[in-house]
Design a protein around this ligand. Structure first.
Ligand code: TXA
Ligand code: MG
Length: 322
């Protein structure tokens, strides 16, 4: 598997590989994506295989300009237009009715009559999308159910043996800025519904439009949006949430000032300054770090359930369930 620094020449090479049906892992502002031509059934199929992802879990179509969205969607409701005008490029994915005369492989949509769309806010991703000049599907570049990758190293760790040395590559653009996936909003029903809290906070969204977010909907039976599967985003270690202090055998994942005596335990802090943005950026990489240290149990400090903290808690909650 080849890992290349994301300079201009290598982004060009990545575009060529994608146009030849290959797979390229690339950075977005949220997490690394595993990109392929959305119209290429075989490439899309390989993405599912490489990730070990169930084929009933649809993928996000990545584009670089709103005009592309207008042709892929049958209709984009006014509320969605309002949001994307303000927050694209950005950590926002909209689910809208699919225009059947568009060219997104049915596999990428898991055969649904809806489609997920997003313009990522990362110069490398945007350059790649412009060069390819066609929609790319890009699920997070991790093995299914594992933590999303926030660095090229994470991608390598998960997928090294699964990608082809000639056809595929990883573009290394450093650590991602946000560290959590995009916020997914379903606009196919009467009232917009947040399916996955993410990088764009529900607070900012609700300043523009009215949405609902229903935690109780999470279940393992109904894969309407597989982000709704409860078990997801899992480290190898067991998580104990809302902890005040580790017990014997646990490592500590802190937030805010470290409690006295914490250095008797393996410990790492999401943000000593209590910045939720910093915590979001650190979450997956710190969980991966603790996994690497072969920690078996992690006690996690309470994270305030506001702003991007809602998305952090969503991932922790899913990571803790089994
Ligand atoms: O930040 C992100 O969104 C990253 C970067 C790479 O862009 N991508 C990402 O993709 O997180 P993925 O495949 O790991 O998550 C996509 C989520 C899944 O929960 C999937 O079920 C949901 O979007 N989804 C995709 N199409 C859908 C549809 N038509 N209806 C409902 N949910 C959909
Ligand atoms: Mg994912």
């Amino acid at each position: 598997m080849r890992i290349f620094k994301a300079n201009n020449d290598n982004i060009k090479l990545a575009a060529t590989l994608i146009n030849n049906g290959g797979i390229v892992a690339f950075p977005t502002e949220t997490v690394y994506g595993l990109g392929a031509l959305a119209s290429n059934k075989n490439a899309v199929k390989r993405i599912y295989e490489v990730k070990g992802r169930p084929e009933n879990n649809p993928l996000i179509v990545h584009i670089y300009k709103i005009e592309q969205a207008l042709s892929i969607a049958k209709i984009i409701p006014p509320d969605a237009i309002k949001l994307i005008k303000k927050y694209w490029p950005g950590p926002l994915t909209i689910i809208v009715p699919y225009n059947p005369s568009s060219n997104i492989s049915f596999m990428a949509r898991a055969n649904l009559d809806t489609v997920a769309l997003r313009i990522p806010n990362n110069p490398i991703a945007l350059k790649l999308l412009k060069l390819v000049n066609a929609p790319l599907i890009a699920p997070s570049a991790n093995t299914s159910q594992h933590l999303s990758p926030t660095s090229a190293d994470h991608v390598k760790y998960d997928l090294f043996n699964k990608l082809d040395n000639e056809k595929d590559m990883i573009l290394d653009g450093g650590d991602t800025n946000i560290g959590l996936e995009s916020t997914v909003i379903d606009f196919t029903k009467t009232n917009p519904e947040i399916l996955r809290p993410g990088g764009l906070s529900i607070k900012l969204i609700n300043e523009l439009i009215k949405t609902s977010y229903n935690l109780a909907k999470i279940n393992n039976q109904r894969p309407l949006s597989p982000g709704l599967f409860k078990k997801h985003y899992s480290p190898k270690a067991t998580l104990r949430l809302n902890a005040d202090f580790p017990i014997e055998g646990e490592a500590w994942l802190g937030f805010g000032k470290n409690p006295k005596g914490i250095n008797n335990f393996i410990n790492i802090n999401l943000s000593e300054e209590e910045s939720l943005e910093e915590a979001a950026k650190n979450l997956f990489s710190m969980l991966r770090h603790l996994d690497k240290m072969q920690v078996k149990k992690i006690a996690v400090k309470t994270i305030p359930n506001k702003d991007i903290g809602i998305a952090i808690n969503d991932r922790l909650y899913r990571g803790a369930s089994n």
